[in-house]
Design a protein. Structure first.
Length: 316
């Protein structure tokens, strides 16, 4: 991988032309090197990281137990480079006898790179998730009339049961149409995470959790927070500065389509703007027929797409 830095430099230059909101850097983790020679001459490379998620961890709710993630270095040859690297990766996984169940191959790549998209589709990948961003500012106005009285307020420790119920409903739906994974311990894991989040969020500067109530009954949830990409693991996919993120939004099935989610996010976006963030981001599932419509209407657009093959042995 002696030419790796040259590949990185050319790749970053191409990313800058593709999308001005992509970060200037492409950071690489420690991993196993992968290299492919292209038919027309030249070489592309990458690093493969194998991550085994412990059972009973929160991470197990949104990814396979055995995840093989590829970080490609394609220079300025996205389509043929991605095709060649994925072919070489398939051969390696076959030789390693990757698990045939509860496993996945993952590639995270700029959403606007249509040439690389073609190669990913040809090798059996599907876009199960994307990182979407939004500039700061108020939510777009929508002419939606709410039935009944809807009040949005910050949630606290006393709201634990309502928060868990709504979070579990969102997780169950996402497991049907997206990247989330149903696990028997999901309810316990969600309760632990919600308890910690509500306790921390009730203090100054804590990660905010909002509930929307209709006639006094909780019907929608928004779990949000703050990060600085330069100080956060995995933050290398965002530009520097303080960001707000949206971790989970859930609207009760009977309340969907009535504008509750819009009102909930208007509250969140107003607070994000007051905090002076660079922008806000979230992950949503393109195959999800609800989130794929709702989030673009709120001003979010894909920056990175997480392509997956499940199980890992299905890589073509």
């Amino acid at each position: 991988m002696g030419d790796a830095q040259e590949l990185v430099d050319r790749q970053c230059a191409r990313f800058a032309e593709l999308d001005r909101d992509l970060p200037d850097r492409y950071l690489l983790p420690k991993g196993d090197p992968l290299m492919a020679r292209l038919p027309g001459g030249g070489t592309v490379a990458g690093l493969v990281v194998h991550n085994r998620v412990p059972r009973g961890s929160s991470q197990s709710l949104w990814q396979a137990t055995d995840t093989f993630e590829l970080f490609p270095l394609l220079g300025d040859r996205p389509q043929e480079g991605m095709d060649g690297l994925l072919s070489e990766w398939r051969r390696r996984l076959s030789a390693q006898e990757a698990p045939a169940a509860d496993s996945s191959c993952v590639v995270t790549w700029p959403s606007r790179d249509a040439r690389a998209t073609r190669a990913l589709l040809d090798h059996g990948f599907v876009p199960l998730s994307c990182l979407a961003i939004r500039p700061p500012g108020p939510s777009p106005d929508e002419d939606t009339k709410l039935s009944g009285t809807v009040k949005v307020r910050r949630a606290g420790p006393a709201d634990l049961d309502s928060v868990v119920e709504l979070a579990l409903a969102e997780h169950a739906y996402a497991a049907l149409v997206g990247a989330s994974v149903h696990r028997p311990e999901a309810a316990e894991l969600k309760r632990i995470a919600a308890r910690l989040r509500l306790a921390a969020g009730s203090g100054p500067g804590g990660d905010p959790v909002w509930l929307a109530e209709q006639d006094g009954t909780p019907i929608a949830l928004a779990e949000c927070g703050w990060i600085d990409p330069d100080r956060q693991a995995g933050g290398h996919r965002l530009r520097s500065g303080r960001w707000a993120y949206v971790n989970c939004v859930s609207v009760h099935e009977q309340a969907r389509g009535g504008g509750v989610g819009q009102q909930l996010m208007a509250t969140a976006h107003d607070e994000f703007a007051r905090a002076g963030v660079v922008g806000s981001f979230l992950y949503y599932n393109p195959p999800n027929p609800l989130s794929s419509v709702f989030w673009p209407r709120q001003g979010y657009r894909p920056l990175w797409t997480m392509w997956e093959v499940r199980p890992a042995t299905a890589l073509r």
